[in-house]
Design a protein around this ligand. Structure first.
Ligand SMILES: [Zn+2]
Length: 299
């Protein structure tokens, strides 16, 4: 779904609201408070966001109650456009770019994008445990502003484990999904990494591939494990971490493209946006699936 299609399919607020009502209720409004389907059109007809009246609990509601669209003064079309812009931006789109493209104040674009990223982070696709051949690795992203963003501050850039950069740990299924989270101040030791693995991977019947970092050495105790010595070779047969290296390239491209001067607090949201797009890379219905998820309808 690109922005031209959004404009064509939902040219008005009314059409976008009608679409959301169809997605959420299938055309028959259900009271979000008491789940009654005995509802009627609310007397005070708000054209921007039609309200319904529950005849069981007598409360009034609109289609956005309880969703990320609630309490937003933005037209739904703007939300749809922002979602499409974010989904279609292979390298990520900055909040400033969303503000320019949609003619919004920066702060509005920032909060809009934040809520969309939060929905991507809560993707129900992530609920199934990973299985099969999985690759696990960590990377480091610049937690500090890029040179020149803060006057007078210029620190030597360092790389790799033990640096001041933010560690991000990830797991990727071969030919499948990716998941990653920042380890902000959390030591990259066996205990934390193996817990991360077991929260995400069905260790029974899975094979985990890593590099030879010492914290992975004891992984054989919790899962079938192969390690590749990157000093010797990048792949020996099927043993490699090239899939997750490819995912890290996407994470970094997106991070440095859209993330200029924020702290580390939002790192999980940005990393999750990249993972969401990666996980839905072969899903032509991703826009519709995300909207369904946003109004609480299982895909
Ligand atoms: Zn009700």
């Amino acid at each position: 779904m690109n922005i031209i299609e959004i404009m064509r399919r939902w040219p008005t607020q009314e059409s976008a609201v009608a679409h959301l009502e169809q997605v959420r209720w299938g055309g028959r409004p259900i009271c979000p408070y008491c789940s009654s389907d005995k509802t009627c059109v609310h007397a005070s007809k708000d054209k921007k966001l039609p309200r319904w009246q529950c005849q069981s609990c007598h409360r009034a509601f609109s289609v956005t109650v309880g969703t990320i669209f609630h309490h937003s003064h933005l037209p739904l079309q703007t939300w749809f456009l922002a979602i499409a812009l974010m989904l279609n931006a292979k390298k990520g789109v900055s909040n400033a770019q969303i503000a320019r493209d949609l003619d919004l104040p920066y702060k509005t674009a920032w909060s809009l994008a934040l809520r969309i990223r939060a929905a991507m982070m809560a993707d129900p696709e992530q609920k199934r445990l990973f299985h099969g051949i999985v690759e696990m690795d960590e990377t480091y992203i610049g937690g500090k502003p890029r040179k020149g963003n803060i006057a007078g501050e210029r620190k030597p850039s360092t790389r790799g484990r033990g640096t001041s950069k933010l560690a991000v740990v990830g797991i990727v299924e071969r030919h499948g999904r990716a998941f990653a989270r920042a380890f902000n101040g959390v030591p990259l030791n066996f205990k934390n990494l193996s817990r991360f693995l077991q929260d995400r991977v069905n260790v029974r019947g899975s094979l985990v591939m890593t590099d030879e970092y010492s914290a992975y050495k004891k992984f054989g105790a919790v899962v079938q494990h192969s390690a590749i010595n990157h000093q010797a070779a990048y792949a020996i047969g099927d043993t490699h971490t090239n899939t997750i290296e490819g995912f890290w390239a996407l994470v970094k491209r997106s991070w440095y493209g859209q993330h200029h001067h924020y702290g580390r607090a939002c790192a999980d949201l940005y990393v999750s946006e990249t993972a969401f797009k990666y996980n839905h890379r072969n899903n032509p219905g991703v826009f519709g699936d995300l909207i369904r998820h946003m109004v609480g309808v299982a895909a």
